[in-house]
Design a protein around this ligand. Structure first.
Ligand code: ATP
Ligand code: MG
Length: 351
């Protein structure tokens, strides 16, 4: 049973801050959760720069207002940095002690990160024994981020009156949200479409196997749509409303093509990632492909990806597995909360 009354997952995106409050439902096995709240607010303009919090005070204020407005009582918070500012590498190593794993990871970090090891915080996650018959070997995911970037995140939470209990990386949170407690043979691919970056993920059960962060997001997609609609310079909300209206009724010639065109470089990356997964781990296609992130709300996005990838793509809603969407908030907004929901679950599982 959980020894605390839950946790709040805090997703500080470049466009929106999202929070999800979860608590354990008191079940003896600790497996159940109750979603207490899910809410979002726009990120103060300019406060996030390439995954770093440039204005801690502004983010702290916006987060405090959001948490208060949503009636969130829990102080224990879990936040994450995105894949742009983190290094994530899977390394195959002999089954050695934890200390030796850390040492090998340190070597890996030194090899791939362009800054001194002293400025970096890193962690390791054993993602499993490899299946290629090399006995006595394990696959270890090495995760590292600059300490100052992590500190800014912690400072923003503290400024909002929250207590940071864990800081992790967004891709791990999304995997936890979209394939909760899935069996290890169940393969889920997830395309998390954010405003400025997209994560491409493949997981076996809850174990991440492919993690990519691509500098492409809904900002570019909306730009393509805007120029087609003759609406460049419009506020995003105005544009979103027009897009929704367009998809509901009258057709704008060329709009779908403009969006699909803009999506094509991302589609290439997704295909490559799936091919890489198939080649490295299993010659198989994923059992499920889901879209999450704010971009999941783009009208027609699942249809566009379904046809571009030639496999069924559906929306990824983290809430059903967590106990359902809370009373407050738009019921169809689930996919946008994938990061926050995955972080909240980490917080609940954490002692
Ligand atoms: N109904 C909608 N129609 C079109 N686009 C939408 C809609 N709702 C949200 N979006 C897009 O989703 C974006 C927000 O997505 P999300 O919250 O995942 O981004 P973020 O986490 O702030 O960004 P990042 O992770 O890239 O820093 C908005 O900026 C908008 O472009
Ligand atoms: Mg995001």
């Amino acid at each position: 049973m959980a020894r605390h009354n839950g946790a709040v997952g805090v997703d500080i995106g470049s466009a929106a801050i999202k929070v999800v409050e979860l608590s354990g439902d008191g079940r003896a096995d600790g497996g159940g959760t109750v979603v207490r709240a899910a809410a979002s607010a726009p990120t103060p303009p300019g406060a996030i720069e390439e995954g770093r919090i440039a204005d801690v005070a502004a983010v702290g204020r916006a987060l405090r207002d959001l948490v208060q407005g949503a009636g969130i009582k829990t102080r224990r918070a879990v936040a994450a940095v995105n894949g742009q500012v983190a290094l994530m590498r899977e390394v195959r190593m002999p089954q050695v002690s934890r200390d030796e794993i850390r040492q090998a990871a340190r070597f890996e970090v030194e090899r791939y990160l362009p800054y001194p090891i002293a400025e970096v915080t890193f962690d390791t996650v054993v993602v499993g024994e490899n299946r290629e018959g090399e006995s006595g070997k394990v696959d270890v995911l090495v995760v590292a981020a600059r300490t100052d970037v992590l500190r800014q995140h912690a400072a923003a939470l503290q400024a909002a009156g929250l207590e940071p209990v864990v800081l992790e990386v967004e891709p791990l949170a999304v995997v936890r949200a979209v394939s909760p407690r899935a069996a290890s043979e169940h393969v889920t691919a997830c395309i998390h479409l954010g405003s400025s970056v997209t994560m491409i993920l493949v997981a076996e059960g809850e174990v991440p196997r492919v993690i990519r962060t691509v500098a492409f997001g809904t900002a570019q997609l909306l730009e393509a749509a805007a120029s087609r609609l003759g609406a460049t310079g419009e506020a995003p909300e105005v544009l979103q409303a027009r897009l929704a209206a367009v998809s509901a009724g009258d057709d704008v010639p060329g709009l779908r093509e403009a969006i699909d065109d803009s999506l094509s470089s991302l589609v290439t990356e997704i295909r490559r990632s799936l091919e890489y997964y198939g080649g490295r781990y299993r010659a198989a296609v994923p059992d499920r492909v889901v879209v999450t992130g704010g971009g999941a709300a783009l009208p027609g996005i699942t249809a566009s990806l379904t046809s571009a990838l030639d496999m069924p793509v559906e929306l990824g809603d983290p809430f059903p597995a967590l106990g359902g969407f809370p009373q407050t908030g738009a019921a169809d907004a689930g996919p946008a909360y994938a990061v926050a929901a995955g972080l909240a679950r980490r917080g609940v599982d954490e002692p």
